[in-house]
Write a protein that binds this ligand. Structure first.
Ligand code: GCW
Length: 662
């Protein structure tokens, strides 16, 4: 798309294919997409492409892309890859598989055409690899066009309408997503306001247009709906999920949705959460609510993604017995086994809300009879809002590799997420897609980890760098520089913002910048309990909220005691004195001072490294990041000085190194 950054699909990435001779066998819509990609590369670079053996060149083919089944737009996402006798061959039984195979060849570049490879089989670990857009159709008075969006306006919606004129951009988005393995997109915010509610009914045509732009890249479209739809759209007196008229209304609405979008993916529902309507109002359970929607979607092969983000957002900060971290587990584990097969319970990866550091949600692994999807946040609400560099690959990878059950043999989170992996999208109508150009790495990494949750995130980062920064004379220096800037950036961010598992020390409302007590006396259940002696939340079973006991035995024991709890989560699980000695040997307060100074130093260094890369890439991209580094550094210093000053004043303990604290 003209004007938009090519991200990880620059023209150059297609040179190895575009200079060669390719044969494509099979037919169908996704095979057409594959053919279009190869043909365009050949026009650009002088190679050739034939279909179904119609030889246009007597030269042998370098690449054969062959569909062995039918391209009916359904599943079939696996592909094989091999190379022998000077020919590279990709086969797939479904159109999506062939498309993923093509992008595999793109990622390998010239090496796909060198040497020989035995037959490799590639298939995604997780069948649903989804992005949720928190995009509003009408500009919301507080949240704007995109809730928690840091990349400009919405790709899909503008001022109350679908962006018809920009559907080319949506198609380009679908192409980028397919190239990293994503196959589902929910196109509107889970907080469903008035205009957005109507997408389900009289505005379904607009959703169908978006679906039409994403379909050629194997992406199914999903919609967030309000649980109160039968009332707000259908004029019924109730939205009780067990009421026949309510069920009938949903069945009819869904029939019309599928008439407009035959491959529609299903509904995403945020119910009884932060003020959204839900089944509680009728004395019904979340399983009742989810199953009613699952039943109406079932005949069409649709899925309901039911979010588990249910907690009391009006709690009294004086009440120390209520612990928000417990909420999802307490609400949902009693319902295990009750959810329909096509009802997926979508769980945030941590028990709170996408903080810089949280333990893995104890719900994951505690509901063996339920299909769970795990949700992460690519949009950087609490991780620098795409003004700070913060590559989240290592965090997500830690979560996905975590084994909730006792013993090393238990399944990992990646394996337990049978209902798929979901990220809140970080994309908007910004020319770089993600505001901060380096935030593209988060989107790419999510897709690749969703495909293979145990993949090494650093290899994915290298892959992203290799694709995005087209070959140049000084590649090694450029790539090394990019790796330095990105690799440790999440830990750097953690250092200056969120010590030892304390979250929420952010400005209320918009969540950018420090405010140590911003959420301390609020109704949101988000406290650090710092006083003159110590800090942290006692979530032990023995003396605290009992949250640690929600984990399987081995982890419950680890988290129960400050002696065994990992340092990085100490203050999430325990209230300790400032003089408490960490496993690292430092005191809590000295750790706080040190990490805040280090964090800022690391930003200064990264900024220098970035400056040294000028001239090695597109100047606009370099300039955009350089400008964001200025803000990151300013903000990191502010964090350092506010956090250090606050805790020096609270504790009265001076910095062992006598550095300047205010
Ligand atoms: O992180 C919080 C955000 C809300 C969001 C909510 C959710 C869409 O601050 O903006 O609402 O989570 O996940 O539903």
């Amino acid at each position: 798309m003209q004007g938009a950054d090519p991200a990880w699909l620059p023209d150059e990435a297609f040179r190895p294919i575009g200079t060669r001779h390719t044969l494509i066998r099979g037919s169908g819509p996704l095979v057409d997409t594959v053919h279009g990609e190869v043909a365009e590369a050949c026009v650009r670079f002088g190679g050739s492409v034939s279909r179904d053996g119609t030889l246009v060149s007597c030269e042998p083919y370098d690449l054969v892309l062959e569909l062995t089944g039918t391209d009916d737009g359904d599943c079939g996402e696996a592909f094989t890859f091999e190379r022998g006798d000077g020919r590279t061959t990709v086969t797939a039984s479904g159109g999506s598989g062939l498309l993923y195979g093509l992008f595999h060849v793109v990622r390998l570049g010239d090496t796909a055409f060198q040497g020989s490879y035995g037959r490799e089989e590639h298939r995604p670990e997780s069948a649903v690899r989804m992005l949720d857009h928190w995009d509003n159709v009408a500009v919301h008075p507080v949240m704007g066009q995109v809730e928690r969006g840091y990349a400009g306006g919405s790709l899909f919606w503008e001022d109350g309408r679908a962006r018809g004129e920009l559907l080319g951009r949506v198609r380009a988005y679908g192409r980028l997503l397919a190239a990293c393995g994503i196959n589902a997109v929910a196109v509107n915010n889970v907080n469903v306001h008035e205009a957005e509610a109507r997408l389900l009914t009289d505005r379904i045509r607009e959703v169908a247009e978006i679906a039409g732009a994403l379909r050629p890249y194997g992406i199914r479209t999903h919609l967030s709906v309000t649980f109160a739809a039968p009332m707000v759209l259908g004029g019924l007196p109730t939205a009780d999920p067990l009421d026949e008229a309510v069920r009938g209304w949903w069945a009819e609405a869904s029939a019309r949705v599928y008439a407009a979008i035959p491959d529609f993916g299903g509904y995403v529902v945020k119910a009884d959460s932060e003020g959204q309507p839900g089944p509680f109002a009728y004395g019904r359970s979340h399983a009742d609510g989810a199953n009613m929607l699952a039943a109406v979607l079932e005949p069409y092969g649709g899925t309901v993604h039911w979010r588990a983000f249910v907690y009391d957002h009006r709690q009294d900060w004086r009440d120390r017995t209520t612990d928000r971290a417990r909420a999802a587990y307490d609400h949902f584990t009693p319902l295990d086994g009750e959810f329909a097969d096509n009802a997926v319970l979508q769980v945030k990866h941590g028990p709170m809300d996408f903080q810089v550091r949280e333990p893995v949600s104890p719900l994951i692994g505690a509901m063996p009879g339920t299909r769970l999807a795990v949700e992460v946040q690519a949009t950087q609400e609490y991780t620098g809002q795409q003004r700070h560099v913060c590559w989240l690959g290592p965090m997500w990878s830690e979560v996905l590799r975590f084994r909730p059950h006792d013993g090393a043999d238990g399944a990992s989170v990646g394996e337990l997420a049978r209902g798929g992996l979901v990220a809140v999208s970080n994309v908007g109508d910004d020319p770089f897609w993600t505001g901060h150009p380096l935030a593209q790495a988060n989107l790419y990494t999510f897709g690749r980890l969703a495909w293979q949750p145990d993949a090494d995130p650093r290899r994915i980062l290298d892959e992203w760098i290799g694709l995005t920064f087209a070959p140049g004379p000084d590649d090694t220096r450029l790539h090394a520089g990019l790796r330095t800037v990105l690799d440790g950036s999440w830990r750097t961010y953690e250092k200056y913002t969120a010590p030892l598992g304390v979250g929420w020390m952010v400005q209320p409302g918009h969540h950018y910048g420090p405010s140590v007590d911003g959420y301390e006396y609020s109704p949101w259940g988000t406290y650090h309990f710092a006083d003159r002696d110590g800090i942290g939340v006692d979530r032990s079973v023995a003396t605290g909220t009992g949250y640690a006991g929600q984990y399987a035995k081995a982890w419950a024991e680890v988290y129960e005691s400050p002696e065994t709890c990992p340092d990085e989560l100490l203050l999430f699980f325990h209230h300790v004195s400032y003089g408490h000695t960490l496993r690292s040997g430092k005191t809590v307060i000295q750790h706080m001072y040190d990490t805040h100074f280090e964090g800022v130093e690391e930003v200064e260094e990264a900024r220098e490294v970035w400056a040294s890369l000028a001239g090695l890439m597109d100047p606009a991209r370099h300039a955009r990041v350089a400008e964001r580094f200025e803000e990151q550094l300013r903000s990191a210093r502010e964090w350092r000085d506010q956090i250090n000053s606050y805790f020096l004043r609270k504790s009265g303990v001076p910095d062992a190194h006598g550095r300047r604290i205010y």
